[in-house]
Design a protein around this ligand. Structure first.
Ligand SMILES: C[S@@+](CC[C@H](N)C(=O)[O-])C[C@H]1O[C@@H](n2cnc3c(N)ncnc32)[C@H](O)[C@@H]1O
Length: 486
């Protein structure tokens, strides 16, 4: 996509949970042919020839922004005075008037493409300054104008008397004239040396005053047209304007939320699901992973199993809400004895219970060999197993596995994991295993149990560490490389 006013490629960035960046880069390249991709921690900058309506369908991103500015970090000499520092900050962040106006216009245009008719949408109440709602007859009502309490003349024309089929792109020239009536607020994050010099309020004040002087825009903290996000770190300065009110990670097809949707999607993306595949989640909870997988893979079939009736009710509700009843079924059973034939499943995906919510319900550490054994038994040779584990469970599994061959990827993984396991061993010694973590005794007992364990027919492929909010999880991917030993 290019900015039609000057043919400059439109630059976007998405935020991503820690550890999700590589999934996002991969998805951007695959689905929206992203170009000039820059991967940062927690963010990915890109251009794309795709339409904005396709870009907002990304599944591994948290939020989508129109890029305003990506620049080298602000370097402040040690003994600089406050006034000089503010002036350096201002010139770093504001740039050219024309460029700022161009990006603001582009943002308005993209809002129009996202929501061509509903100027009153959740996304666009602010883009042209008027909030609308439908009256009882479905007619749009102008609620409020953000310029001067009264609808601005140019906007009143567009919104009240304008052609309802007119898109924001058509409205662009009219909007240009009201550019100076734009209101904004600044949302700022600072880290590293900049944070030692400026608070986020300092940055907001300096930039706020600068934009007002340069463009005539006004600050409105409560309900602005534009929210300018600023991120200052030791590595870069990044500014952007969010393109959607709600994060892309919010799924409008999910009623009861479970695992983070982006992580669930990432797990499904590792399962190599093909048309006609049968995919099983033997501890499905409310069915998040299966729903993410089914939305992505139209021709595949899914089975969710859980021991908890309440979870299954929610899972069934979610499946119906997402209109996936024809391809997802759920049933009550224990993952310790799966009601499935051996070698009948193409992929198993599973988010094992751990952490505060599920940690006490079952001793995953003790049952791990049995659960693994069952998951491996039902997988066909060549089938994929994707597990989400706590760092403790991840270490336990590694201790259960005797890796016959190591390749460079595995070596790299095992280095990261070795650190986890070393720090976990300390945790185990301090806390015992009542918190769901594993002691050395546990490991030895599990090892004894697992000598004839079918998990030895699994080949470990890759591990990803992802943030689950308060805690991290480890996604392990395995391939079943040989039949299970009976
Ligand atoms: C971490 S939660 C899964 C959450 C799920 N990914 C979601 O998004 O809702 C683990 C699930 O395992 C289930 N569970 C615990 N022990 C089980 C067992 N023996 N057999 C089957 N399910 C079990 C719990 O009821 C819980 O729903």
């Amino acid at each position: 996509m290019a900015d039609s006013s000057n043919d400059v490629p439109v630059r976007f960035f998405c935020t991503a949970g820690n550890g999700m960046e590589s999934f996002l880069v991969d998805e951007l390249k695959r689905k929206v042919a992203a170009q000039d991709v820059i991967q940062l921690q927690g963010k990915v900058i890109f251009s794309s020839p795709a339409t904005i309506n396709n870009i907002i369908k990304l599944k591994s991103a948290e939020r989508l922004f129109l890029l305003l500015n990506y620049d080298t970090p602000l370097k402040l000499p040690t003994h600089i005075n406050q006034a000089k520092a503010c002036s350096l900050l201002l010139s770093k962040l504001t740039g050219e008037k024309n460029e700022l106006e161009r990006v603001a216009m582009l943002w308005i245009r993209l809002q129009g493409e996202l929501n061509p008719r509903a100027i009153d949408s959740e996304v666009l109440p602010s883009a042209v300054g008027v909030k609308r709602r439908k009256d009882n007859n479905g007619q749009s009502l102008v609620l409020r104008d953000k310029c001067h309490g009264e609808p601005c003349e140019s906007k009143r024309k567009i919104l009240e008397h304008g052609n309802p089929d007119e898109t924001a792109m058509d409205q662009q020239p009219k909007l240009q004239s009201s550019m100076d009536q734009i209101t904004f607020r600044i949302c700022c994050k600072c880290s590293g040396s900049v944070a030692r010099f400026f608070s986020t309020q300092d940055v907001s004040k300096v930039l706020g005053a600068g934009l007002t002087t340069l463009l005539g825009w006004r600050v409105d903290l409560k309900n602005p047209h534009l929210e300018i996000n600023v991120n200052l770190t030791d590595d870069y300065c990044l500014q952007g304007i969010p393109l959607t009110k709600f994060p892309l990670a919010n799924r409008d097809y999910v009623q009861s939320t479970g695992l983070r949707s982006t992580v669930a999607w990432a797990m499904a993306s590792l399962a190599q699901i093909q048309p006609e595949s049968l995919v099983v989640d033997p501890m499905c909870g409310v069915g998040t992973i299966l729903i993410e997988a089914a939305k992505e893979h139209n021709g595949a079939y899914f089975l969710g199993i859980d021991i908890n009736e309440e979870q299954l009710v929610k899972a069934n509700g979610n499946v119906a809400y997402a209109h996936l009843e024809d391809r997802i079924q759920v049933l009550k059973a224990s993952s310790l004895v799966l009601p499935l034939h051996s070698a009948s499943v193409d992929a198993v995906v599973c988010d094992l219970p751990f952490g505060r919510k599920f940690g006490t319900k079952m001793d995953a550490a003790i049952n791990l060999p049995l659960i693994l054994s069952e998951m491996t038994r039902v997988l066909r040779v060549g089938g994929i197993l994707v597990l989400l584990l706590s760092p403790q469970l991840s270490c336990l599994i590694k201790r259960l596995f005797i890796q016959e061959h190591t390749n460079s990827v595995e070596e790299k993984d095992s280095q990261t994991e070795q650190q986890d396991c070393q720090s976990d061993t300390t945790t185990f010694t301090k806390q015992g295993h009542n918190d769901g973590s594993a002691s050395t005794q546990d490991t030895e007992r599990l090892h004894g149990q697992s000598r004839s364990n079918p998990s030895f027919s699994l080949r470990h492929e890759k591990t990803f560490r992802v943030s689950l909010g308060a805690i991290d999880g480890l996604i392990h991917k395995y391939v079943k490389s040989s039949p299970c030993l009976e």
